[in-house]
Write a protein that binds this ligand. Sequence first.
Ligand SMILES: [Zn+2]
Length: 95
Amino acid sequence: MSDINNEIILGAWCWCLHCQRCYKKGEFRKIKMRKNSIDYQFAISSGHEPVRELCPYVGCDGDVWIDCYAWFGGDKSLPNLPKVPERNKVYSFYG
Ligand SMILES: [Zn+2]
């Protein structure tokens, strides 16, 4: 994947690859990393807080940085998708 994620501005709608729901960039749940996991040790050694920033929807383990894509609704080629998505609604593209 490209680094498309980095182009999403704070407050813009994005779509979670895991639960296929939309939220606004900047919203997330902070989950503590498991101690002794590789991620935990990496965070500590690089001076970061050992937390993961996950999709704000409870029960979803989508990562805010990896699994979040800019919302693509409002495009003429996708007439069924609203420009502003509904919260908590699943937008499935897996067919
Ligand atoms: Zn999610």
